[in-house]
Write a protein of this length. Sequence first.
Length: 143
Amino acid sequence: MPLDMRLDFHTALMKMNGITMQGAMAVSGLSTLALAALTRGRVRSLVATAGLLTVTSFLITRFGNVPINGRIKQWAATAPPADHAKILSRWELFNDARTCTAIAAFAVLIYVAVHQAGERAAEHHGTHHGHLGSRCVDPGQPE
């Protein structure tokens, strides 16, 4: 992609995502950590791991991508430095890292949700049958 197009893309992206994405990432991290506080055992460990991955994604964005975004904004107004390709490569490395941590957090939460739903269904199924079984009366037997 031509450099001027890339700079225009980054500038537009910063206008759209700025505080909104960082706020959403912070809320995601805090909500998973709150969920971890409300759960117990292995589920707590898994949800806490997802929360830490989310916080990591936020920190990578805040201290990796955002400072480079500020530099890119300056380049769009002036001219990129001679080592702009190296700096853009670092931005991509940070972007890949935060994407991987966010996907990993989401995958852990999906695993927890599916596992919990399966356990609840099994508990409900067992309780439901036990409950029905205690209500069923054999017509040949006295109540």
